[in-house]
Write a new protein. Structure first.
Length: 106
């Protein structure tokens, strides 16, 4: 553990792979998209969001024009935004900038 992971605010650096819903402590373990700084309680909340997304198959939402206004797609959109909103809130400078450039939080 490096000195950056022992601050008084209790936050550690985590590495997040959104597709598989992974929250890693070691950036060498697997590929990841985002680095965040979070407490254990914040990680628990993020894990809950990933679990809800998995249960609702958020990453399998097709976005088909035939069902674009369906309740399932609205649920997918809301969960997707909740995950990215939390990643943005907890993210490093680079993570926040990247999520902002994706224009998905509007």
């Amino acid at each position: 553990m490096n000195d950056a992971d022992t601050p008084e605010d209790g936050k550690r650096t985590y590495y997040v792979a959104v597709g598989p819903g992974q929250i890693l402590t070691d950036p060498e373990t697997a590929a990841f998209e985002f680095a965040i700084r979070a407490t254990e309680a914040e990680i628990d909340k993020l894990e809950e969001l990933f679990q809800d997304a998995d249960e609702d198959e958020i990453f399998d939402c097709s976005g088909s024009p035939l069902v674009a206004d369906s309740p399932q797609n609205e649920t997918c959109d809301a969960l997707f935004k909740d995950i990215y909103r939390m990643l943005h809130e907890l993210g490093t400078y680079e993570t926040r900038n990247h999520i902002e450039s994706m224009n998905i939080l509007q």
